[in-house]
Write a protein that binds this ligand. Structure first.
Ligand SMILES: Nc1ncnc2c1ncn2[C@@H]1O[C@H](COP(=O)(O)OP(=O)(O)OP(=O)(O)O)[C@@H](O)[C@H]1O
Length: 362
């Protein structure tokens, strides 16, 4: 990318994307910024009571003014509803556990937002994600984990594809978070002291139970004990629960140091099946899984190999045996049993620090 390239920075109002914009500007790029508006305030007024999107826009605008770059708010409400909210509602209706953050990256930030940037003459989109993009001699790109192990966000980019990566920039991926904060302070960015958790109104910031109540009617059923079938209580709908969940079941264990946990959801009987949280609780732990709808950042892995996998965002990468099977699926085997990997969640696949892609547990 030449220094005169026009770059559109996705500016959320948070520190990371503000520093990303600053660094690009210092590097001499022609930088503009845009905030993605994804929620309708009227539709979401109940569930977004605490969502600071107006404050986010104010902060993003102040950062752009401070840097002397153009700023706009891009309205992507309709696309968000079609591509993320619908995916989420459909997923919960089917009883799976969808992953909105991963979908947001592929469908919104590097999907419709990238299309918007291209239509408007920008050569690349930049974000404040902690991950690194490298260009290979053959012209393809790879995506590497961010250098800050505490902040690495490559997991959330597991479903991003090659063409989306070609014109993406991650200016802070080589930095550690404390350094990013320091740069923000040294350059007197107006949001330098803003807390990390502030940000966008994507679903990660919205209470999921409020969201579900709004979109999916309750469908009460029985809570039963695994193995015995003993009825222990009532639930409001299987979509409110996920494998491995302990909070909010509403059935006391009445036993010291024992907790009930969701071990399965029976859609035929509408039963929520629970057991004590033990290593041998049926259905809770597993070592072999099938991944479906595999997506690759660069070259697909089409033969059996040892890879590393992040079973979920906060899990450290661990070794797996990866065996492709037909129709974009693969069998994976972990060295050790994994707890509560729910259908619909994403497993990210790595070769060392290179993100290869990902797939959904099926
Ligand atoms: N509403 C939004 N408008 C524009 N860009 C956004 C928006 N939400 C997120 N982004 C972009 O996606 C990146 C990652 O989003 P995430 O929600 O993980 O925020 P973050 O890591 O806390 O970053 P930040 O500090 O920039 O908010 C952001 O750095 C920003 O570039």
């Amino acid at each position: 990318m030449s220094q005169s390239s026009r770059i559109l920075v996705a500016l959320s109002g948070g520190v990371d994307s503000a520093v990303a914009a600053l660094l690009l500007k210092q590097q001499g790029y022609d930088v503009s910024a845009a905030y993605m508006r994804t929620w309708m305030n009227e539709e979401g007024s109940d569930i977004l009571a605490d969502c600071p999107w107006e404050e986010d826009i104010r902060q993003a605008k102040a950062v752009a003014a401070h840097l002397g770059i153009d700023f706009e708010v891009v309205n992507l409400i309709q696309d968000y509803r079609e591509r993320v909210v619908q995916y989420l509602v459909d997923g919960y209706r089917q009883g799976i556990t969808p992953n909105p953050d991963i979908m947001c990256n592929r469908e919104m930030k590097f999907g419709v937002f990238r299309d918007y940037a291209r239509r408007n003459g920008f050569s690349a989109v930049a974000t404040g994600h902690y991950c690194r993009r490298v260009e290979n001699p053959d012209g393809s790109c790879d995506l590497l984990a961010g250098l800050d192990p505490n902040k690495d966000q490559s997991y959330f980019l597991a479903l991003v594809r090659q063409e989306q990566l070609r014109d993406a920039l991650f200016p802070i991926g080589e930095l550690l978070k404390p350094r990013v904060r320091k740069i923000a302070l040294e350059n007197q960015l107006p949001n330098a002291a803003r807390k990390d958790s502030q940000g966008i109104c994507f679903l990660g910031k919205v209470n999921i139970n409020d969201f579900l109540r709004y979109y999916i009617p309750d469908r009460p059923g029985k809570i039963v004990r695994a193995g015995t079938g003993e009825i222990l209580g009532e639930h409001r709908g299987l979509h409110h629960f996920t494998l491995g969940q302990r909070q909010g079941i509403g059935v006391p264990s009445n036993t010291d140091n024992e907790h009930f946990v969701v071990v399965s959801k029976d859609f035929d009987t509408n039963h929520l099946v629970i057991a004590f949280d033990h290593h041998d609780s049926p259905g809770l732990w597993g070592q072999s899984f099938t991944l479906e709808r595999l997506s690759w950042v660069n070259q697909p892995v089409d033969e059996q190999r040892t890879l590393q996998a992040r079973a979920r965002y906060r899990d450290p990468p661990v070794e797996i045996n990866f065996q492709p099977v037909e129709n974009g699926r693969a069998k994976i085997n972990f060295c050790d049993p994994q707890r509560a990997l729910a259908v619909g969640q994403v497993c990210a696949l790595y070769d060392g620090s290179t993100l290869l892609g990902g797939g959904f547990y099926s």
